[in-house]
Ligand binder design. Structure first.
Ligand SMILES: Cc1cc2nc3c(=O)[nH]c(=O)nc-3n(C[C@H](O)[C@H](O)[C@H](O)COP(=O)(O)O)c2cc1C
Ligand SMILES: CC(C)CC(=O)C(=O)O
Length: 366
């Protein structure tokens, strides 16, 4: 399979554009620039990639029902996430090893995100250390934490993230073991250069680096070792969302890890409404709910916001932009999504991203 997704793209015609005009235009350009094994790793979903495809299909099944004659000429996209202002509710998802896409790795992505006026979540398995990324960053950072069997490592990472100025800890909850990325396993046994995890210190052995089977007590543990807000990533069940709130999570990312963990899990946009409702009941609206998985268009962002997400995280497209144009490519990908969101809001008669009506979204034509 040559592409991450199989949707038809315009063929033939005499017009060739130098500049990509949508996020999806970056995908084939990125593929040309990346090592085949790195590309397979980036694209891969788990096993049959049912959930990977479903993330997109579920967005495409939803319809936006516009409101008219509302005099909206310049929608306001600005919002805050856990108190941090961002220019638009489109954030950079934590992803490992950006060095596979560009030699500057997360340093370039963090600059691109900052220049786009948004925040980036830095993965535990970043190609540049958290200190290096923080030194390059021009915008706010969160730190994504994988808790391995070595709790000492987790605590050291938390301290370093705090010292590096990260504003929240994103605890990934959906990975008690790594998903089987068969698309990658078929083409390569290992990753090409650029895949070293620079923040993992040399004090830990290979066996300490297996993921831990976490429990809710570990959320309480994380809160006890840091005063940073904790965001729980990888929640799909509304009862887990309630438990997250009860254990002190300040935010929840409704996510199936971009279809890379449990194949057969629901699309995140389908899981979102029930989680939003559960969190509203459990926290009185204090905990923020975010979504990731399959966001490729401004209209996807608008659907997620209307269904109750405060912001979305974008994964693979950021790495496509990074592979194509370094920091500038990341800025452009985020800028395209932002521009499309603004356009979609104007067409839907929506003046601001706060308090969008769920009625804006329908499951079929009215
Ligand atoms: C190459 C790659 C690496 C990833 N690494 C991490 C990671 O280190 N930690 C994590 O919590 N999620 C990781 N994810 C999952 C993303 O945070 C996010 O959930 C997913 O990419 C969103 O879906 P999208 O790619 O369709 O936008 C990774 C995803 C990809 C594609
Ligand atoms: C397997 C991990 C080390 C990185 C990750 O979360 C991912 O590639 O999806």
């Amino acid at each position: 399979m040559s592409r991450c997704r199989g949707a038809a793209r315009p063929r033939g015609g005499s017009i060739s554009r130098v500049e990509p005009i949508s996020v999806l235009d970056y995908e084939p350009l990125a593929r040309e620039r990346m090592h085949p094994a790195a590309w397979a790793y980036l694209c891969a979903g788990a096993e049959d990639e049912v959930t990977l495809r479903e993330n997109r299909a579920a967005f495409e099944r939803l319809r936006l029902v516009p409101r008219v004659l509302r005099g909206v000429s310049a929608p306001d996209l600005r919002t805050t996430v856990l108190g941090t202002p961002v220019e638009a509710p489109v954030l950079v998802a934590p992803m490992g090893v950006h060095g596979l896409a560009h030699p500057e790795g997360e340093c370039a992505s963090a600059r691109g995100a900052g220049e786009a006026g948004t925040l980036m979540a830095v993965s535990t398995v970043s190609s540049r250390s958290i200190e290096e990324v923080s030194a390059c960053a021009t915008g706010p950072l969160w730190f994504q934490l994988y808790v391995y069997r070595s709790r000492g490592l987790a605590e050291r990472l938390v301290r370093r993230a705090e010292r590096a100025g990260c504003r929240a800890l994103v605890l990934t909850a959906d990975s008690p073991r790594w998903g089987r990325k068969e698309r990658f396993l078929r083409v390569a046994g290992s990753l090409p250069p650029g895949a070293d995890a620079a923040s993992i210190d040399s004090e830990v052995g290979e066996e300490d680096l297996a993921p831990a089977a976490l429990t809710w007590e570990d959320v309480a543990w994380l809160r006890s070792v840091s005063s940073l807000p904790v965001v729980l990533k990888g929640v799909l069940h509304p009862e887990d969302a309630v438990l997250a709130v009860e254990h002190g999570a300040a935010g929840i990312v409704v996510s199936n890890h971009g279809g890379r963990q449990l194949d057969g899990a629901p699309a995140s946009i389908e899981a979102l409404p029930a989680v939003v409702e559960a969190v509203a009941g459990a926290s009185g609206g204090r905990a923020e709910v975010y979504l990731d998985g399959g966001v490729r268009r401004g209209t996807d962002v608008l659907k997620a916001l209307a269904l109750g997400a405060r912001a979305v995280f974008v994964g693979r497209p950021v790495l496509w932009g990074l592979a194509v144009g370094g920091a500038e490519g990341v800025r452009r990908v985020l800028g395209l999504l932002r521009g499309e969101l603004e356009h979609a809001m104007a067409l839907c008669g929506q003046a601001s991203v706060g308090g969008l009506d769920p009625e804006l979204v329908s499951r079929g034509a009215r």
